[in-house]
Design a protein around this ligand. Structure first.
Ligand SMILES: [Zn+2]
Length: 411
């Protein structure tokens, strides 16, 4: 098969998968547990069968398509098939398709691997009705215990264990595809940001996946009449919240490029036009690829909030809802990816991933890496896009990287 044929098959697969879960506003709605997500699974199973790979689904809903090598240990490439609500066609999907294409291409070229090569579609990476994300990678690596989450119900009362059965995941212990057989993982993924676009490169090697800290804070003032309470006598939770947001912006600016901070969730009580608000609940999210900076920013803000709120005569409490340290990608896999890209672009960037990915969980158990593919700087929205020539370049690089990766393993 000539290279142009591989490349046109890649395009066809991207187009076909991009139609599954298409919603009326032109986005893709394919979260874990939906019929559209199950259709995407069926499509992938069919494609992998047709590629003559050995396909099975593990008990966590992860689909593995294997090209058996001399050794049963697995070198895996992949990402996720699910999407956010009204998302794009490339986040996750492109990584799975590139994994499938590269392994199928090697098989068709009669490449005989030392190790078993696999494309994996990891379950439920994005938020879903079970309020659990990166389900497949966390269950696989033991970061999440199946016993703890099996009874989790979604909005319709469906249990997570039932949703996994619907996804054709076998029940009971499915040991043969456990993490112990896994020797490494590479996740190709669209960049989702605009750095590659700005720098003029199609591909980059990911160095670190950002750490994320989320603090839920509750400011408590005093509810009172909006007319009869003199302004200077109020303990107004919204006014105090607004002042803390000024502190937040100032602090965030001090860390320049090293930190990203967001307050995207705010609830006001009682949220009425003629009542001085008594309470504001909000969630502050900090991201940084540098562990010390991440925690320093989050703790500094918390100290500043406490000082300010107490000066204003209100109370504040905090709950840590997420504290995930940055995860470095495996240095040897980074070198392999650099060598693969350098054949076409000797000077190409290394980038931090400011988004979380399955690779962050896999990296805790097996050597893991990520290849970023230039996208249009829009993601988790229908406008997300990726140029076909960049996908084709990613396929070329990945196919080379896979053979070198397989051959560089010491037996
Ligand atoms: Zn993704």
């Amino acid at each position: 098969m000539h290279e142009t044929s591989y490349v046109s098959r890649l395009q066809e697969r991207v187009d076909t998968l991009g139609k599954i879960g298409r919603d009326p506003s032109g986005g893709i709605t394919r979260p874990f547990g939906t019929e559209a997500e199950r259709e995407a699974r069926r499509w992938f199973l069919d494609e992998a069968h047709r590629a003559q790979l050995d396909v099975s689904t593990d008990s966590f809903g992860n689909i593995w398509a294997l090209y058996p090598g001399h050794h049963p240990e697995i070198l895996a490439v992949g990402s996720h098939l699910d999407t956010v609500t009204n998302g794009g066609a490339y986040d996750g999907a492109l990584g799975v398709i590139l994994g499938l294409e590269s392994i199928q291409t090697l098989r068709e070229r009669d490449y005989r691997p030392q190790y078993t090569l696999a494309v994996v579609a990891l379950s439920g990476e994005e938020p879903n009705s079970f309020r659990l994300s990166t389900i497949g990678s966390r269950l696989l690596t033991g970061m999440l215990s199946f016993k703890d989450v099996a009874e989790t119900q979604n909005d319709q009362g469906l249990l997570l264990s039932e949703a996994l059965e619907l996804a054709n995941a076998p029940t009971g212990n499915h040991k043969e595809l456990g993490v112990s057989r896994l020797r490494g993982f590479i996740e190709p993924h669209i960049e989702q940001g605009d750095r590659l676009q700005e720098q003029g490169f199609p591909l980059a090697v990911v160095t670190t996946i950002t750490g994320i800290v989320r603090h839920s804070m509750t400011l408590v003032g005093e509810q009172n009449h909006a007319g009869t309470t003199a302004c200077e006598k109020r303990r107004d939770a919204v006014q105090t919240f607004a002042a803390t947001m000024e502190l937040f912006q100032r602090l965030r600016a001090q860390f320049a490029g090293e930190v990203r901070g967001t307050v995207g969730y705010v609830n006001v009580f009682p949220n009425s036009v003629n009542i001085v608000p008594s309470r504001v609940e909000f969630i502050v999210e900090w991201r940084s690829p540098v562990e010390s900076v991440l925690h320093f920013a989050a703790e500094t803000f918390w100290t500043q909030v406490q000082t300010h709120v107490h000066e204003m005569g209100l109370k504040v409490s905090r709950k840590v809802i997420l504290s995930q340290n940055p995860v470095a990608m495996d240095p040897d896999i980074q070198i392999l990816l650099h060598q693969g890209i350098a054949a076409y672009y000797p000077q190409h960037p290394s980038l931090v991933s400011w988004a979380g990915h399955d690779a962050a969980h896999l990296a805790k158990r097996v050597p893991s890496g990520m290849l970023f593919i230039r996208s249009n700087g829009k993601s988790h929205c229908p406008d997300e896009s990726c140029d076909f020539s960049d996908m084709a370049m990613a396929l070329r690089v990945l196919t080379t990287v896979l053979t070198r990766w397989d051959q560089s393993q010491s037996i």
